[in-house]
Design a protein around this ligand. Structure first.
Ligand SMILES: *[C@@H]1O[C@H](CO)[C@@H](O)[C@H](O)[C@H]1NC(C)=O
Ligand SMILES: *[C@@H]1O[C@H](CO)[C@@H](O)[C@H](O)[C@H]1NC(C)=O
Ligand SMILES: *[C@@H]1O[C@H](CO)[C@@H](O)[C@H](O)[C@H]1NC(C)=O
Ligand SMILES: *[C@@H]1O[C@H](CO)[C@@H](O)[C@H](O)[C@H]1NC(C)=O
Ligand SMILES: *[C@@H]1O[C@H](CO)[C@@H](O)[C@H](O)[C@H]1NC(C)=O
Ligand SMILES: *[C@@H]1O[C@H](CO)[C@@H](O)[C@H](O)[C@H]1NC(C)=O
Ligand SMILES: *[C@@H]1O[C@H](CO)[C@@H](O)[C@H](O)[C@H]1NC(C)=O
Ligand SMILES: *[C@@H]1O[C@H](CO)[C@@H](O)[C@H](O)[C@H]1NC(C)=O
Ligand SMILES: *[C@@H]1O[C@H](CO)[C@@H](O)[C@H](O)[C@H]1NC(C)=O
Ligand SMILES: *[C@@H]1O[C@H](CO)[C@@H](O)[C@H](O)[C@H]1NC(C)=O
Length: 432
């Protein structure tokens, strides 16, 4: 008995000396390596906590085994010490089962490398908690948006899924029967479920505290309880996003496009106009507004579409719980040809045509008239008549010649004798 006590004391003494030698040789600030320690807390009383120490030796790689000494200093005269041997990573687990374990804990680790003695090369610690209640929180998901709390934005009139997430890395509660007692914070009846997940639809905007009481009964009959709370901020999703004023878009005319939407503020609201099939994807015009307090977003775009090519108007409205986008294609029409100028042109054209026609008709009728006149003349002056005239003229000339001859013979007569020869045909007189 006394021998055994001696042995125990000797082992203890060796351990203390070795540790103090190692520690004194390497003051904490001069340790060559760093070690980071993580714990998987918070830990439900009765469950096991797992610690992982990761040694960072920098560039000084050593193919060796280190000694990791785990100790909890708080509240114990002699720390509970446990040594494990490992390479760069070391995992250590221990359960917390005593009622006085329910508190904050600090787990420290010292890392030793073997030379002649064990020499400390790194030290680190981690803080964690052992709790009497099941550690849990509520996860909210709506339309693939997941919120881990503690405050989540939620859209009204859309199903919101609430899921209890119990932190139990050591699967301590694996074989328990659990009951979930919900309080949605609105007028609805509070359901009790055995499933960890359920859906709820809120129809009014506002702030709601969702609370769930968890009861887990273990096969042994012992009961663990817990509670989780999430605060939900219910907001109206963007709705009724509309574009007005896209009818009758004409090239060159200034067009006022009216965009409106509704939803819970603040609403951020952007639009842009692109020219389709352009090599550059930059919009020809764009703008953003943000509305605070008022529940309506509204803006007017004044734009003059200057080509008949295709334009694309993109509108996007966003608030905390939703997103809505709208795209409109705009194909401005060329202004119609029949404007007042066009009509005037047409009138001028028609008049010109009519005038041409009138002139043509005039010329043709004149020509026809002339032709007819000629025929009349030809009919009147037939060749027999004209030859008869000629013979009459010939006869008259001869008569005149006969009158001239005596004038030459009789120079006394100084004045030119005239002779009027008239041929009278009916009432017409032909002068010769
Ligand atoms: C240990 O951490 C300190 C400070 O974070 C850093 O300066 C040092 O380089 C680290 N040492 C190694 C070996 O990573
Ligand atoms: C140690 O853990 C870290 C991170 O946990 C990992 O990247 C690394 O590969 C591990 N090293 C060894 C030797 O297992
Ligand atoms: C949860 O438990 C607390 C305390 O026992 C109680 O006041 C509360 O009403 C419970 N909530 C539900 C939803 O049952
Ligand atoms: C929700 O809980 C918080 C804190 O627990 C409290 O300040 C707030 O008034 C509660 N809201 C409602 C709507 O009960
Ligand atoms: C949600 O539903 C309620 C009740 O049906 C209705 O009064 C309310 O206008 C709806 N809200 C939205 C944003 O659609
Ligand atoms: C949204 O549009 C619907 C139908 O299109 C209409 O019944 C409702 O009144 C509109 N709501 C608002 C807020 O304009
Ligand atoms: C745009 O729409 C809003 C809401 O419908 C209306 O109040 C406003 O007068 C409209 N503006 C134009 C230019 O049409
Ligand atoms: C059309 O308008 C845009 C912007 O106002 C301008 O950059 C572009 O040169 C104009 N195009 C024509 C053909 O006038
Ligand atoms: C733009 O290109 C698409 C295909 O690339 C074509 O279908 C469309 O008609 C084109 N629009 C114009 C205005 O050229
Ligand atoms: C959720 O999805 C539905 C259908 O896909 C859609 O109508 C609704 O606007 C979405 N809600 C949110 C908040 O994005």
């Amino acid at each position: 008995m006394s021998i055994r006590l001696d042995v125990v004391f000797l082992v203890f003494l060796v351990g203390v000396v070795q540790r103090s030698v190692g520690d004194s040789l390497n003051p904490t600030e001069d340790l060559p390596y760093n070690v980071t320690v993580v714990a998987d807390g918070p830990t439900l009383l009765g469950a096991t906590t797992t610690f992982v120490a990761t040694l960072d030796t920098g560039t000084d790689f050593q193919d060796t085994t280190y000694k990791y000494t785990w100790s909890e200093v708080f509240g114990y005269l002699i720390p509970r010490v446990k040594s494990t041997y490992s390479e760069e990573n070391c995992t250590f687990s221990r359960p917390y089962t005593r009622p006085e374990d329910v508190r904050d804990h600090i787990m420290s680790v010292k890392v030793y490398r073997k030379s002649i003695l064990w020499v400390m090369v790194a030290q680190g610690s981690v803080t964690f908690q052992v709790t009497a209640h099941i550690p849990a929180h509520v996860i909210l998901s709506q339309n693939e948006t997941v919120c881990n709390g503690p405050v989540c934005d939620v859209a009204t009139n859309q199903s919101a899924q609430l899921t209890v997430s119990i932190h139990d890395p050591s699967s301590y509660l694996q074989n328990t029967i659990s009951l979930f007692d919900w309080d949605f914070g609105d007028e609805n009846q509070n359901p009790k479920t055995t499933s960890m997940s359920l859906s709820h639809v809120y129809s009014e905007i506002g702030c709601y505290n969702v609370s769930v009481n968890i009861t887990a009964v273990q096969p042994s009959g012992s009961v663990k309880t817990g509670n989780a709370i999430v605060t939900l901020l219910l907001k109206d999703a963007i709705h009724n996003l509309t574009i007005n004023g896209l009818e009758h878009v004409t090239v060159g005319d200034k067009k006022t496009i009216n965009i409106t939407c509704s939803g819970s503020p603040p609403i951020s609201f952007c639009w842009s106009i692109f020219q389709a099939n352009m090599s550059s994807s930059l919009p020809v015009m764009r703008s953003c507004i943000q509305t605070y307090l008022q529940e309506e977003c509204q803006t007017e775009i004044d734009y003059s579409f200057n080509t008949s090519k295709e334009y694309i108007l993109r509108v996007r409205a966003t608030n905390d719980v939703s997103f809505q986008a709208l795209t409109a294609e705009i194909r401005p029409r060329e202004p119609p040809v029949l404007t007042s100028d066009g009509i005037a042109g047409l009138v001028v054209g028609i008049c010109f045509g009519l005038t041409l026609t009138c002139i043509s008709i005039g010329i043709i009728s004149h020509q026809i008239h002339k032709e007819r006149m000629r025929h009349v003349e030809v009919a009147d002056f037939n060749f027999e008549a004209s030859s008869r005239y000629d013979s009459i003229r010939e006869h008259a000339r001869r008569l005149n010649d006969a009158k001239k001859k005596p004038t030459e013979k009789t120079p006394l007569l100084n004045k030119n004798p005239t002779l009027d020869v008239r041929w009278v045909k009916g009432s017409e007189t032909v002068e010769l």
